[in-house]
Write a protein of this length. Sequence first.
Length: 142
Amino acid sequence: MSLPVIREAAPSDRRQVAEMLAEVWGGGDYIMGVWREWLSSPSGDLLVAEVDGRVVGIMYVEYRPAGEAYLAGARVHPKYRRRGIAAQLTLECMERARSRGKTLATLATSVRNLAAQRLAEKLGFRLRARVVRVRASPLSRG
């Protein structure tokens, strides 16, 4: 297996990304819903990690005002995890943000995603807040 190549996503990557996401989330991922927006956004970069011609990872960096960059949508194909691909994607996003004068990078992840939390801490991120999301069905009128 060759080393991952991190590059900007292209429209032609759509099928491979969708196939990868089906392996990651069983097809229930929001990324395909924002694919076109992220791909064409003037305020962000959509990156993929490619190994031997196959897309195995993805991440988006949004360049926000006031020196902030927001990292989103980090995904790595299950068969390619624990090889440093998420770290490479994150570092490339941070480098791109730095080159645009951004001085703060933020991200959000599930409290259950311990691997993402460990990686973020290893790369210098610090926990600033915990968010609890609660869902409820509307009450029926009796």
